[in-house]
Design a protein. Structure first.
Length: 58
């Protein structure tokens, strides 16, 4: 999970997306973003977290 968190944070910064990783609970990551960036952030989360291991997205 730590690797996924770092990957997500790094990717958001590199892509200059206005989003913040605000919470991690067990196997969940909570990200706050602008509504216009929701789709981009979702794709980043799914791609990076699936590389680390299986996660569920809601």
């Amino acid at each position: 999970m730590k690797k996924a968190m770092l990957s997500v944070s790094d990717s958001l910064k590199k892509l200059k997306i206005d989003a913040k990783l605000i919470l991690q609970v067990h196997d969940e990551l909570v990200v706050e973003s602008q509504e216009k960036d929701t789709e981009k952030v979702t794709k980043i989360l799914m791609t990076l977290c699936q590389r680390q291991r299986s996660f569920q997205f809601h």
